[in-house]
Ligand binder design. Structure first.
Ligand code: CA
Length: 305
């Protein structure tokens, strides 16, 4: 199995993406980064998911805030503790003592040219790892990023949440020389939604996993519907599915991509569509993905017990 690190701000969709990653990759570590909800809850949610489904994978504590520090958590999207309507779950597992940044660097050194990073969250941990060791991009095989929006930001008019939380980290990572594929927000919105019909099919599976899916995504579903979406949207899960099987990609382009770090448009993804910057393309962007494959993979994931 391919070796991977799952970098996560663990809430709702992150946990489904985590299960998919655990099924399809040898996950060497889960690194937690500030993002969706209160940091302690993100850590607890990762440990809870592992414990509930019996996976023995180390969890490493990473950045507790973005590089510039200012952001807000979004409990209104993921539930008060990031687990939908579930609260106050308990875990006996503990996180590791080693810091996430050191774990990323150590694993990249242990498996040069093999390690893939499933970065479904703000990029603070990866940016800090690169700042600590600039040779990291040469050792990491691939970075899969969920983030950025072309025109329909989900946090500000132009910014998708992960890019908005830590644009400085995004800029560092995109310009570091990693082999990167980005799955932007709109592609998830068009591909990875769970509408009422699919939700009912998932409920009908009656597995431990389907029950978990329904519980932890319950608030996400209501939030998404209130914004006009047909149901909950699962960008992190789609990104890990694409990382595992690129035949899910329908269209892709290679472009030079950076991010806006200034005031009102902080976090906006800047795609150089026409080569205006004369910079070498640094990123592959998925522009279209196959919904039928998302549905198939999700049902298969949640059918297993
Ligand atoms: Ca995430």
């Amino acid at each position: 199995m391919r070796k991977a690190i799952f970098d996560s701000d663990t809430a709702s969709d992150d946990m489904i993406a985590m299960l998919y990653a655990l099924d399809h990759f040898e996950v060497l570590g889960i690194t937690i980064v500030a993002g969706n909800v209160k940091y302690e809850n993100e850590v607890r949610n990762a440990l809870y998911t592992l414990e509930l489904f019996g996976y023995d994978v180390p969890v490493y504590l990473g950045a507790r805030r973005p590089i510039m520090g200012k952001w807000r958590t979004v409990e209104e999207v993921h539930g008060p503790e990031g687990l939908g309507n579930l609260t106050k779950v308990t875990v006996s597992r503990r996180p590791e003592n080693e810091h996430a940044v050191d774990a990323i660097l150590r694993l990249a050194n242990e498996y040069p040219g093999e390690l893939e990073i499933l970065a479904v969250s703000p990029l603070t941990n990866l940016a800090l790892a690169y700042l600590k060791d600039e040779s990291l991009p040469k050792k990491v095989k691939k970075v899969w990023i969920m983030g950025g929006a072309f025109t329909r930001g989900n946090t500000t008019q132009l910014a998708e949440f992960n890019f908005w939380v830590d644009p400085e980290a995004v800029s560092i990572v995109l310009n570091a020389g990693f082999n990167i594929t980005i799955v932007p927000w709109e592609v998830a919105e068009e591909t990875a939604y769970v509408d009422d019909e699919l939700w009912a099919r998932i409920e009908g599976l009656k597995t431990k996993r389907s029950d978990f899916f329904v519980k932890v995504n319950s608030v996400l579903r209501e939030y998404s519907k209130a914004t006009g979406a047909p149901g909950s949207i699962h960008p992190d899960t789609l990104t890990v599915m694409i990382a595992h099987d690129q035949s899910i990609i329908e269209e892709r382009v290679r472009k030079y991509v950076d991010v806006e770090t200034c005031s009102t448009s902080r976090g906006a993804m800047l795609v150089d569509w026409y080569g205006l910057t004369r910079r070498t393309p640094n990123v592959e962007i998925v522009t279209k993905a196959r919904r039928s494959r998302f549905v198939q993979e999700l049902l298969s994931l949640l059918s297993r017990d």
